[in-house]
Design a protein. Structure first.
Length: 308
């Protein structure tokens, strides 16, 4: 299989509690806290992507990097208060991590072979950036692999199926109306350039799944974006431009700098009122981010929505 996920072997007990499955599925659907019951291997996630994957898979998540950020609303996922924050993904608190005595560490981002965390517990390394298929396919596969390895395969399968049902419903809704091509961009703080999202990005993968034409077809780097001059947007004058705000942005600084310039004002999307601004999502997120973005973009393309 292309883009096979690699992992270190982890021994984990099976699971057969239907009540646990139902609770976890309800949590994923937003009907309750996004945290599984305390059963199975005690897992710690080492990055934001891994945290979303762990929760969707129904893993027994005891700690996570930047857990405080999740609880502060800087994410598409709400973490239970019991999940311990072990610090920044680049420099986790190794002493705290060791004291927690986890059974397995989950990493979605590349992890060096000599990384100190490897001495603390076995690592389930998902290697999401070592694949040629789209981001959505990678995270769906990662959820299933994680669930299988920690004994919550039923939960992982249902989480993936629930996401697919949501995508299918939105796709039917979008197909029922005429939909223009879409640029999804992030405004750089310099007020003079944009990041436009293409192949390798979660946004492009979700758009493809929904049958939406991504106006940016000129490629992207391994992170899923290209840095461009705003004038490039004029190459597809019929397109809608969606500005995807990010959690780290200043309060409208980039927009104020950019919107005051003559190039921006001359863009056909601006002149025709085809510019919309969307709330932030985790651009390297898992199923919670994917389904949230799918809803946001479907709403933004609804003719009844107000253009901002």
């Amino acid at each position: 299989m292309v883009g096979t996920l690699r992992f270190h072997r982890v021994t984990s007990p099976g699971i057969g509690r239907r009540g646990f499955l139902q609770a976890a599925v309800a949590a994923f659907a937003g009907a309750g806290p996004a945290q599984a019951a305390e059963i199975g291997p005690r897992l710690v996630s080492l990055d934001i992507t891994a945290t979303q994957i762990a929760v969707s898979a129904g893993a027994n998540l005891i700690a996570a990097t930047t857990a405080g950020g999740f609880r502060a609303g800087r994410s598409d996922l709400a973490l239970d208060a019991s999940v311990i924050d072990i610090g920044h993904p680049a420099e986790p608190n190794l002493e705290l991590l060791q004291s927690l005595r986890p059974d397995v560490l989950l990493s979605a981002w590349p992890l060096a072979g000599d990384a100190p965390v490897r001495r603390i517990a076995p690592v389930l390394a998902l290697d999401l950036f070592d694949s040629v298929d789209d981001w959505l396919s990678r995270i769906e596969r990662a959820v299933l692999v994680t669930g299988k390895r920690v004994g919550t395969g039923e939960i992982a399968n249902e989480a993936s199926a629930a996401a697919e049902r949501q995508f299918d419903n939105l796709k039917r809704s979008i197909a029922a109306r005429e939909t223009p091509p879409v640029y999804v961009v992030n405004l750089n703080q310099d007020g003079a350039s944009l990041l436009v999202y293409g192949h390798n990005s979660l946004m492009d993968a979700v758009m493809r799944r929904l049958g939406i034409d991504n106006a940016w077809q000129s490629g992207a780097d391994m992170w899923g974006w290209s840095r461009i001059d705003p004038a490039v947007l004029a190459e597809r004058p019929e397109a809608v431009t969606l500005h995807l705000r990010q959690y780290w942005e200043g309060p409208g600084l980039a927009m104020r700098r950019l919107s005051g310039g003559p190039i921006w004002k001359a863009l056909p999307q601006i002149q025709a009122g085809r510019f919309r601004s969307l709330p932030p999502i985790d651009i390297f997120g898992g199923l919670p981010s994917a389904t949230r973005f799918a809803t946001l973009i479907a709403d933004a393309l609804d003719d009844r929505q107000t253009v901002r």
